[in-house]
Design a protein. Structure first.
Length: 121
């Protein structure tokens, strides 16, 4: 995995704009900080791994990019839905944290599988 600095910076800026937009959805809600920071950080990780990195195997790269974009779309939808409800901190952190951990587990599985098949050739 090789990090492309320009694309990584662009990915982080896009994630910051998404987080800012998510924090503006619930007008004057005390939970807008949660949705903004949580959505922005989740999108930053997914965009960084999906856009900001190059992978040695093109098939693995396509799979990881699709996985990242799919989970980012789900994270944005989850944050938009949660922004319209009043919730406690745990009710926000648990689903968003589970989504992020499932993404990292799938990413790790894809990365290890591609490296294992690449080392046998």
């Amino acid at each position: 995995m090789k990090i492309d600095i320009v694309r990584s910076v662009i990915a982080v800026i896009i994630a910051a704009l998404i987080g800012w937009g998510l924090s503006l959805i619930p007008d004057a809600s005390p939970y807008s900080l949660y949705t903004g920071l949580g959505g922005g950080l989740a999108c930053a990780l997914m965009l960084f791994l999906g856009i900001g990195c190059d992978y040695p195997d093109s098939r693995m790269g396509v799979n990881i990019k699709m996985l990242s974009m799919l989970f980012m779309a789900v994270a944005i939808v989850l944050n938009v839905v949660l922004s319209f409800f009043e919730f406690c901190t745990a009710a926000y952190c648990i689903p968003c944290g589970l989504l992020l951990l499932v993404y990292l587990l799938a990413f790790n599985g894809l990365y290890k599988a591609a490296n294992a098949t690449g080392s046998r050739e």
